[in-house]
Design a protein around this ligand. Structure first.
Ligand SMILES: [Zn+2]
Length: 80
């Protein structure tokens, strides 16, 4: 798989994650062929592997499977 197709997969995956309401920005590089996105709100992640092993999947993680649950703003904790 070339760099263009991994970029396409990253964009496609990010769009799915965004459509689930997650607050994601930039991909983090975990390794040679492994990238991850983390939601700033619910901390769910999605991971992409460019060259998955036979027992692995190319795209995985909770952020593609479930909708974002926004954290409840605890105003009481922000005492000054
Ligand atoms: Zn989220």
């Amino acid at each position: 798989m070339g760099i263009l197709s991994i970029l396409g997969l990253m964009e496609e995956t990010k769009n799915i994650v965004l459509s689930r309401g997650h607050n994601v920005k930039n991909w983090q590089v975990l390794g040679n062929d492994c990238y991850t996105l983390e939601c700033a709100d619910c901390k769910k992640t999605v991971m992409i592997k460019e060259h998955p092993l036979p027992n692995e999947i190319k795209v995985g993680g909770e952020a593609v499977a479930v909708n974002c649950v926004k954290p409840v703003k605890e105003k009481k904790l922000r005492k000054k």
